[in-house]
Ligand binder design. Structure first.
Ligand code: HEC
Length: 114
């Protein structure tokens, strides 16, 4: 009996020693400085919140769901390039350059993704 206890005790010691020898965890990596999605419009990503805000100026004609209304066409199923071109040129009675630059690119990418 004593032998068994000794063996168990020894095993516990060894296990304990092993546990104590765990390598100290590497210090936490510094948080990666992520590029905000707003800067990646060229890559096809977009900031939906910003796009929806910008779209407020289009919704009066194209509807809240991009399905168009009255004489204003639906603007679904278009590529970002097509949407951007329309924003810049303002086809027909649509006013050109209501939204410009990066904001327009972001909006176009978002519309194309709907
Ligand atoms: C004053 C109303 C009006 C506003 C505001 C307006 N549009 Fe338009 N849009 C139109 C009309 C009308 C057409 C169709 C013009 C034509 O082809 O004769 C059009 C066409 C388009 C087209 C081309 C559709 C196609 O099938 O080729 C896109 C894309 C578009 N608009 C996006 C937008 C976006 C984005 C905005 C906001 C920045 C916007 N529009 C604001 C009236 C408007």
């Amino acid at each position: 009996m004593k032998k068994l206890l000794t063996a168990l005790f020894g095993a516990a010691l060894i296990l304990g020693a092993c546990g104590g020898d765990e390598p100290t965890p590497a210090p936490a990596e510094p948080a990666p400085t992520e590029t905000p999605a707003t800067d990646e419009t060229a890559a096809g990503t977009y900031d939906a919140t910003r796009a929806q805000t910008a779209y407020q100026s289009c919704a009066g004609c194209h509807g809240g769901d991009l399905q168009g209304q009255g004489n204003n066409p639906a603007i679904t199923g278009l590529t970002a390039e097509e949407v951007l071109l329309a924003i810049q040129e303002g086809p027909g009675i649509m006013p050109p350059n209501m939204v410009t630059g990066e904001e327009a690119e972001n909006l176009a990418a978002w519309i194309a993704a709907q």
